[in-house]
Design a protein around this ligand. Structure first.
Ligand code: SAM
Length: 345
């Protein structure tokens, strides 16, 4: 006889998208900002949100059962620590992250997961007629929420990465696909002898000046707008590629590495910072990382990679992996350092 916990686990998985939709609705109603530090009855919340009182109480009960709210003895609701992460007045708010992953476009692409699994190709462009990044640029909601969610993740990494790699050993660090420069600014701030080069598309780098000024590193940084498919700035001592290869299938990832290979001097180093997958599913990383990995397949045929898979990509592009290390939790990225040239040369 199957133990009840096994059935319950399956129920939780099958109901997972209902739970996500419940959180999504809390975000879109701005429930967390409305509650703030207060506790309120379902009826009072309904009055504040302009919603139906009975349905709002029912909705809050479901959120309480799932750890977003807690129900007090008086039957009122307040935010839990988890729910409070949806408040937009916090620097560590996950509001944008929740908006992105529950956005109708993302949900629409995930409906075609079976096609992605059958073909191995990303499905976002088939569903929406353009790449995910092109779609984001033209979408009213995602054009705000996606950069904000990336910024959130970059801010978290920026607190850790500068202190877990010897950036001070390099004169110039070029951050390729470096977005708004959050991580590069933190590296330069932590290592005053290092100069920086930020490379990304024009839309992303347009936002970078404020980050560099705020970190007090603007005089040590140059910014170049362009397409990784073309050329990247030549001659830097270290090329940083963070959270870029994850979005790409193997051929596109090798093309990105090829572009850097053409620009890097013989003494240069490449540092790939990407989610790290262990060789087997051994419980050493959160199970959500495997969904985020699958998400990359859905968006554009991308994937997380094991050490062996990174070594293979690097070899194809004329690099040799020299060291691999891990950033400490909760960041869960690996640092893959590679040198130009074949291993035996
Ligand atoms: C997931 S974001 C990572 C940003 C940053 N490295 C970080 O970790 O916060 C991927 C970045 O690659 C940039 N990117 C993607 N394709 C590109 C291309 N063909 N040329 C230039 N930049 C590109 C995007 O604009 C975006 O900033």
């Amino acid at each position: 006889m199957t133990e009840p916990k096994h059935k319950q686990r399956l129920f939780e998985l099958v109901f997972g998208h209902l739970a996500a939709q419940t959180v999504s609705t809390a975000v879109r109603l701005r429930l967390a900002d409305t509650l703030g530090d207060t506790e309120q009855s379902g009826a009072a919340l309904a009055a504040a949100l302009g919603t139906n009182p009975a349905a709002t109480t029912q909705f809050c009960r479901a959120l309480a059962a799932h750890g977003i709210l807690t129900q007090t003895a008086a039957g009122h609701f307040r935010l839990t620590e988890t729910g409070a992460l949806l408040r937009t007045d916090r620097t560590d708010s996950l509001d944008s992250f929740a908006r992105v992953f529950t956005d109708p476009a993302i949900v629409g692409a995930w409906r075609e997961l079976d096609t992605a699994v059958r073909t191995g190709k990303g499905v976002f462009d088939q569903v929406f007629g353009k790449s995910f990044f092109e779609y984001v640029a033209g979408d009213e909601n995602l054009s705000t929420a996606f950069p904000a969610a990336l910024q959130q993740s970059a801010t978290q990494t920026a607190q850790t990465l500068p202190f877990h790699y010897d950036f001070a050993a390099y004169g110039t660090v070029a951050d390729i696909g470096g977005g708004r420069g959050t991580v590069l600014a933190a590296i330069l701030a932590a290592h005053p002898g290092v100069r920086g080069v930020l490379f990304d598309n024009a839309g992303a780098v347009a936002e970078a000046g404020a980050n560099f000024a705020a970190a007090g590193v603007a005089d040590r940084c140059t910014v170049t707008a362009g397409d990784i498919g073309g050329e990247v700035p030549a001659g830097a001592d270290l090329y940083l590629l963070k959270n870029v290869l994850h979005y790409a299938d193997d051929d596109r990832a090798v093309a990105v590495l090829d572009t850097i290979r053409r620009a890097i001097p013989a003494h240069g180093r490449l540092l790939i910072v990407d989610p790290a997958l262990p060789e087997t599913v051994d419980g050493s990383i959160p199970d959500t990382m495997y969904l985020s990995d699958l998400h990359m397949r859905v968006l554009g045929g991308g994937q997380g990679r094991t050490r062996a898979e990174f070594e293979n990509l690097c070899t194809r592009a004329g690099f040799t992996v020299s060291t691999v290390s891990l950033l400490p939790a909760p960041v869960a990225f690996s640092l893959i350092e590679a040198v130009p040239g074949a291993g035996d040369s």
